[in-house]
Design a binder for this molecule. Sequence first.
Ligand code: JFZ
Length: 341
Amino acid sequence: IERQKKWFRDAKFGAFIHFGVYSALEGEYEGRGSQHRYSEWIQVSAKMTADEYHQVAAKFNPSEFDADEWAKTFKDSGIRYVVITSKHHDGFALFKSMVSDYNIVDYTPFKRDIIKELSEACHRQGLKFGVYYSQAQDWDEPDAPFIAPRFDGLHKVIHPDLPDDFEPDMDRYIAKKGLPQVEELVKNYDLDLIWFDTPRDMNLERVKLYSDMVRKYRPDCLINSRIIHSGKGKIEASYLPYYDYVSIGDKEVPTRKLPLYFESPDSVSSSFGYKTKGNCYYHTPEEMLHRFVHTVCAGGNALINNGPMGNGKLDPEAVRLYGAIGDWLEVNGESIYGTVR
Ligand code: JFZ
């Protein structure tokens, strides 16, 4: 196997983190939006304009965030790698960016670089560290594509001042924000992995731009398949050189052995972002273990998500469920992957 993929093959258990402005809204804005499964989609489900969302962003202050506490909690549960949203579809960056001031350091009273602090804390614990970056969708950028047709017309709702004849130009968005921000991430942070998602309107040229940028600065940084494949549907050979492993569908538990390096992006609950208001369902410890064991026994990694709270603390329910897997690994883990902790 390729040297840089070895840690991934052996990792088995990762922590996925969806954290951002939406975490503070907890799945609802002024009584709207809670019907959507995923709280990180609140801007869309509550039909918030860019202005409204910016006002929430400008108050985002996760003052109790403690990177070392997060990293230690993950480590103590047997987790081997961490992937956090550096920019989700809302376009807001959790890292210092010169490309756009719509980032946690320049836009909020918190002013600290979450990606920097967490990458260092994870590496101190011996954990691998990666970032999620929404390369195609960026709701703050009218040039970037929306997931349609479900949300057709939403562009106009979020950006009411757009001229009627506005023509979105995805390449302009990629040149102005997407690609330079990925460059910042690979240059400024010690990344073991980058996680792309919802590849709406991606094509070979756009995939190459992103993939080449990552490999240029950080040849050992793994790239997931959602740079081009949504997670469902079949794999196209022409894209194989541009990513390193396959992320299957969200919360998909494999029922058969899969051929490639793969990972299942699961979550402790029915949402990825933190969500208290409205319908949110947490798995039981038994369900978590069942999903974990099925994924690992099919040869893949379980990347299990937690949504930290707006104040910067981990969700106690997520910590409890990670702990249930950790306790089970302590007793049974050797048969799955040698020494656990
Ligand atoms: C995407 C995001 O839209 C979502 O907010 C979250 O970040 C998740 C991890 O990824 O949602 C998806 C992507 C792919 C599928 C389903 C939801 N899929 O292939 O089934």
